[in-house]
Write a protein that binds this ligand. Sequence first.
Ligand code: PLP
Length: 403
Amino acid sequence: MIRKSSKLNQVNYEIRGPIFEKARELEEAGHNITRLNIGNPAPFGFTTPTELVNEIVQNLVHAQGYIDTRGLPAAREAIRRYSAMKGITDVRMEDIYVGNGVSELIMFTMQALLNDGDEVLIPSPDYPLWTSAVNLAGGRAVHYRCDEASDWMPDLADLESKISHRTKALVVINPNNPTGAVYSEELLQKMAKIAERHRLVLYSDEIYDQILYDDTVHHSIASYVKETLCVTMNGLSKNSRAAGFRAGWAVVSGRRAEAKSYLEGLTTLASMRLCSNVPTQFAITVALDSPSSIRQMTLPQGRLRQQRDLCIEKLNQIEGISCVMPRGAFYAFPKIDLKRFRVENDQQFILDILQETRILLVQGTGFNWPEPDHFRVVFLPPVETLGPALDRLGSFLASYRGT
Ligand code: PLP
């Protein structure tokens, strides 16, 4: 018997978990599955801007060798300019790490920081890679609650009450996956103060920072942080609809004086994989220096905006389901009224939906939400697919009682 290592005991990624496999089996058996489970824009017609693809193609010949561990200088210059535009002004070239997606950088930053038992504050619900990366690094993910009744804003009293002598870091996901919440300047300033007061390293995952609806403005928390270390992450996967290119970056700012050893560790980890894939780094400059094309899609007549509106309207029409309006990203995180549906196991709930309606969703507990009373919907498919799928969901739930 070859067993997985015990390091993986607390490591899960339900977005590609057992139900994902079940959907694949159904597809292989000839069923047509409507996939509302993964935030992967390109297969839904949100293709990468041509100028990014052209830039990569034209530069392929220059991408044959290893490069600097931190990334191409031109790409890092563009990231520095973008950071400055977002108010993160104290960034040097050596403060920027380009990686094979934000995912890799989440793993590196946690591996470099945590000793066994160190705690990291992570939102609940979360993008689950954060929790898994902390657990894999030997740390303990401690979840602070985001409050659905306040449009999913973090509950700062709950957050502060969970800080202990072992807490090393605070993670902010803004715009949020899975709730679509976008945090106000005032809230971010308060979170920055908490991190500074307790000398927590602040990690801000901003991979959806250009996908904003209803005149919502995005603020980078790093622009308010002086007295502690801050690491801001972003990439090409969502804003540039180039998830398959695997390009992301981490920008270190704030108080670096006490962080020399940590940053050395981070650089060691990055060096161990030599460099991240080179061809796509050429696209970073083009993506960041030209006006964002995703913005058009979030305007009132834009495709993403129409899909969001339809999705939330249809979900709220289902008796026993309610959903807060997302202000960013492309996810909805609706609530299941447990008085109407007897759901004890939300994985079974999602499986029942898959089997009966051929719609693939992800259960709320997969996002480290503690109760079985939520699920996530990805609203990337066009309205012609999304509308009928959500109607099918509504019809199924009209006669559904529970798991
Ligand atoms: N962070 C968040 C909040 C995400 O939703 C995702 C992907 O869904 C990632 C990071 C991973 O991004 P990447 O494709 O850059 O690895």
